[in-house]
Design a protein around this ligand. Structure first.
Ligand SMILES: [Zn+2]
Length: 311
C-alpha cells in the first residue's frame, strides 16, 4: 500500500471517516467508496473502527497511526460503540445521519479554499448535543438510507450542497445550554472537572434525562410519554442536579420529597418515577450507573422507613 502524493492533515476533533472523506475529495475521487476501493482500504472496517484498517488509512495518508486514538468510533456490539475511554450506546450517537451546524459550515465555506479542508467535528454526531456552542444554532440533520456509506462521506455532503450551505440564513430559536457545552467539550476530553465525568456518556445521558423528567413532570410520567425535545430539555435539568455530585443529587431528591408530602405531613413511600425505573429494574441494573445509584440508595435509606432494597 503506497503513500498517496496528495494528502490532508488530520485534526484532533475528527473521526477517521471524516478524514477518509476529505482524503477522497483531495484525491479527486467522487466518493469514499470509490476511493477506498482504489487504494485498497476496507471502508466497512474503517466505519467500525478497526484498528488495523485505520493504521492502513494513516499509512496511505502519511500521518501518525495515533492520529485518531481519541476520536475513532469503535463498534463493540450491535448497539454499542466506544470512543476513547467512553462507552456510547446507539441511541446517543448518530450513524445514519450527518448532523451539522449550518453557521459553522457557512463560515467554513467562506474560509476554505477547498472543500476537503472542512472537517466534520465528532461532537456533531452526539444526539444530545442540540445547539452549536459557538453560534447558538440548532444542529441540523440529514438522513441517508441505512446500510449505505453516504452518511460517512461528509465532504461529499458539503460539496453537493455547497450553494445551499453557503447562503444559509441563520435564525436562532434557542441557544446552547450547559449540557450542550459539557458534551461538546467532553467529546474531546477538554471539559472542566465535573462530578458527571465519573459516568460514561451514555449512562450520564440516561441519568440526566431520568432526573429531569422526574423533577419536571413528576413520578407518573415516563420518558416515552414525552417528545424528544421535552426529553432533551429534561436532560439539562437533570444535568444541573447531577453535576452537584452527592450533595446536588440529594438536595434535588429532598426538594422532590418535600413536594410530595401529603397534607397531613405523612411521608409517602418513595416514588421516584423515571429515576427508579432507570436504577431499579433488573434489566438496567448496570454497574455503569453505580455512582448515581449509590447516592440515591443512601437517600432512600436515610429518608424512608423500609429495609435496604437490592438496588
Ligand atoms: Zn456553529
Amino acid at each position: 500500500m503506497k503513500r498517496l502524493a496528495l494528502t490532508v492533515a488530520p485534526t484532533a476533533c475528527e473521526a477517521p471517516t471524516s478524514f477518509l472523506s476529505r482524503l477522497a475529495a483531495r484525491n479527486l475521487s467522487p466518493d469514499i467508496v470509490t476511493f477506498a476501493k482504489d487504494v485498497g482500504l476496507d471502508i466497512g472496517a474503517i466505519i467500525c473502527g478497526d484498528d488495523r484498517e485505520i493504521h492502513s488509512l494513516c499509512r496511505v495518508a502519511g500521518c501518525s497511526p495515533l492520529s485518531f486514538k481519541r476520536t475513532t468510533v469503535v463498534r463493540t456490539s450491535a448497539r454499542r460503540y466506544s470512543i476513547g475511554n467512553e462507552e456510547i450506546y446507539s441511541e446517543v450517537i448518530s450513524r445514519s445521519t450527518i448532523r451539522y451546524c449550518p453557521s459553522c459550515l457557512r463560515e467554513e465555506l467562506q474560509r476554505a479554499s477547498n472543500v476537503w479542508e472542512i472537517v466534520q467535528p465528532l461532537h456533531w454526531q452526539f444526539l444530545p448535543v442540540r445547539y452549536c456552542t459557538r453560534h447558538g444554532a440548532r444542529l441540523l440533520s440529514h438522513s441517508f438510507p441505512v446500510g449505505g456509506r453516504s452518511a460517512y462521506d461528509f465532504t461529499e455532503f458539503v460539496r453537493d450542497r455547497r450553494a445551499e450551505l453557503a447562503s444559509f440564513q441563520f435564525q436562532s430559536d434557542g441557544m446552547a445550554d450547559r449540557f450542550d457545552n459539557y458534551l461538546t467539550d467532553r467529546a474531546y476530553g477538554r471539559q472542566a472537572a465535573n462530578w458527571c465525568d465519573r459516568l460514561s456518556i451514555s449512562p450520564l445521558v440516561k441519568a440526566c434525562e431520568a432526573f429531569g423528567v422526574l423533577m419536571q413532570y413528576g413520578p407518573k410520567v415516563r420518558r416515552f410519554n414525552l417528545s424528544a425535545e421535552q426529553r432533551r430539555d429534561a436532560m439539562e435539568v437533570g444535568f444541573t442536579a447531577l453535576e452537584g455530585g452527592s450533595e446536588g443529587i440529594i438536595a434535588t431528591l429532598d426538594r422532590f420529597r418535600m413536594s410530595q408530602r401529603t397534607p397531613g405531613g405523612r411521608q409517602p413511600h418513595p416514588q421516584l418515577g423515571t429515576v427508579q425505573a432507570l436504577l431499579g429494574s433488573d434489566r438496567k441494573n448496570r454497574p455503569d450507573l453505580d455512582p448515581v445509584r449509590n447516592v440515591v440508595r443512601q437517600h432512600l435509606l436515610d429518608n424512608y422507613p423500609f429495609k435496604a432494597a437490592r438496588w
